[in-house]
Design a protein around this ligand. Structure first.
Ligand code: HEC
Length: 141
């Protein structure tokens, strides 16, 4: 029965492809996932609503900025690429201020999801980092 064997072979080949497709579809993080990560890693300084009023904010010079006004301060557009690199620690070297925001690059590694960072090109971004990005984008005034 060659036809049946072909079917089985097809099932063997297609099943993993289906799994991969499902994983890719469920991989896109929701802002709520980023909100949880934000509460855990960022709210201590930036405040639970991101307004720069966390319990540690008073000890920091410069103080943590209000993260709900990033778009407003950037001509009305949320600068995804810039925010990504700030969070990821890529721009740390440019800043000469005192107590700085820590780097989260290592914490935010892992499976990547495709994100349009503003240039129309989908770039692979670690899922937790993308989740935080979407959360920040969702709290802009
Ligand atoms: C230890 C305190 C602290 C923690 C924790 C912290 N930040 Fe910050 N953050 C700062 C300070 C201070 C600045 C301003 C100085 C600077 O850019 O280094 C800042 C700046 C930023 C900026 C740039 C804002 C702007 O308007 O330019 C973003 C975006 C940001 N933080 C996001 C985050 C995210 C997301 C997290 C959690 C993953 C986080 N921060 C955790 C203290 C903190």
């Amino acid at each position: 029965m060659p036809a049946l064997r072909d079917l089985r072979l097809a099932a063997l080949v297609l099943a993993p492809a289906g799994l991969v497709a499902c994983a890719a579809m469920t991989a896109m993080p929701e802002p709520s996932e980023g909100a949880a990560l934000f509460a855990e890693n960022c709210a201590g300084c930036h405040g639970s609503g991101g307004r720069g009023d966390g319990p540690l904010a008073g000890d920091l010079t410069p103080p943590p900025p209000d993260l709900t006004t990033i778009s407003a301060r950037s001509g009305g557009t949320f600068p995804r690429a810039e925010v990504l690199s700030t969070i990821d620690g890529y721009t740390r070297g440019d800043k000469a201020q005192g107590p700085d925001m820590p780097e989260f690059g290592l914490l935010l590694r892992g499976e990547t999801v495709p994100v349009d960072t503003g240039d129309g090109i989908m770039s692979p971004v670690p899922r937790p980092l993308a989740a935080i990005l979407f959360h920040l984008e969702s709290i802009q005034k």
